[in-house]
Design a protein around this ligand. Structure first.
Ligand code: 3HC
Length: 305
């Protein structure tokens, strides 16, 4: 199939956390599209924008971009405040949702987006493990059957667009079609990922897709090793870093991703397959209970304060 033009002239990004901000960054700088960034927390928006300024300054200082390019990228970013809510996002050709891994939250957001945005707007989710088919089903307008033309049109524009952290650095974007996703939606989203400087892959809509069905059980096993006292946290990480050339050990990587995210994905794998090999580590559960969420909370397997 010949490459399909993405036709994305304006983008919405939901969530100004580490993923959402990274997506806004590569979209504004590399794909050069105006981005409307929304988060329900003004504190998070402030933190995100400050981080974006820091990244742009660093790229200018390293000679990767000119100060003019940095300014243009920054000017492409506008904020939709918590007060304006989702309804403040207008006239976008695509929206990428990057909020926390919670099915009912995502379903509610996609229901709202589908009701408020033009039927031609692509609705993409950066979910790391939740079914795109389920999220798409939430967009079917009330009073219409999923099999009706309206139902299929609405759900057909939902796609998984899974970026990796840190988004400005990691080259991969994993694309996921739900059962309802149209070929046009998929191809346009893929072409947009390429415009952001990414290499696309495609995965079926299975729990965790390819990436997290492999990565998160590996992290969970490392936590179980620590739980059983097989080795210290330092030696577990050192084994993978120096023995297998991983850039980070699995416990360090878990802290970097966020322990709540790791647990949510592992739970999705466990409940979505019913396979006991995916049982989450009890230590991981307890750490999330304690709100020791890794780097973002200042404490995880390591201390960051
Ligand atoms: N945001 C943006 N850029 C960042 C960053 C961040 N949070 N952290 C580091 N970088 C940039 C640095 O600025 C630097 O850029 P430069 O080359 O232009 O100066 C570059 O990354 C390298 O950084 P450092 O020299 O400071 O540090 P390292 O060489 O140790 O690299 C790392 C840091 C890139 C994070 C590296 O350790 C790494 O690749 N770790 C593994 C990351 C990984 O596996 N990510 C996937 C997580 S799974 C996921 O996201 C899926 C989800 O669904 C769970």
């Amino acid at each position: 199939m010949a490459a399909v033009a993405h036709g994305i002239r304006t983008l919405g990004v939901l969530g100004a956390g580490q993923m959402g901000l990274g997506i806004a960054y590569v979209s504004a700088l590399r794909a050069k599209v105006p981005v409307q960034l929304h988060d329900r927390s003004s504190e998070q928006i402030k933190k995100g924008l400050a981080f974006m300024d820091k990244l742009l300054e660093k790229d200018v200082a390293k000679g990767k971009i000119t100060s003019e390019e940095a300014k243009e990228a920054r000017d492409r970013l506008s904020v939709v405040s918590p007060e304006q809510g989702l309804a403040g996002i207008r006239d976008v050709d695509m929206i990428v949702e990057a909020v926390s891994e919670n099915l009912s939250l995502k379903e509610a957001i996609f229901r709202d987006l589908a009701a408020n945005l033009s039927p031609s707007t692509i609705l993409a989710s950066n979910t790391s493990s939740i079914s795109i088919t389920k999220i798409a089903a939430a967009t079917v307008p009330q009073g219409f059957a999923a099999s009706s033309a309206e139902g299929q049109r609405s759900a057909g524009r939902v796609v998984g667009l899974h970026f990796f952290n840190p988004v400005p650095v990691m080259k991969l974007v994993e694309l996921i079609s739900g059962l309802q996703t149209t070929t046009e939606t998929f191809e346009r989203a893929k072409s947009f990922a390429i415009a952001c400087g990414k290499e696309p892959t495609s995965s079926k809509d299975v729990p965790g897709f390819v990436s997290n069905a492999l990565l998160i059980p590996f992290i969970n096993e490392a936590i179980m090793c620590l739980e059983r006292g097989v080795a210290t946290r330092e030696d577990i990480d050192k084994t993978l870093k120096l023995g297998m050339n991983h850039p980070m050990g699995p416990l360090q990587l878990a802290d970097f991703i966020g322990l709540d995210t790791c647990l949510a994905i592992q739970q999705t794998l466990y409940s979505g397959t019913g396979d006991s090999k995916y049982r989450p580590s009890i230590l991981l559960e307890r750490m999330v209970d304690a709100q020791w969420l890794g780097k973002k909370s200042g404490k995880g397997f390591y201390d960051y304060n």
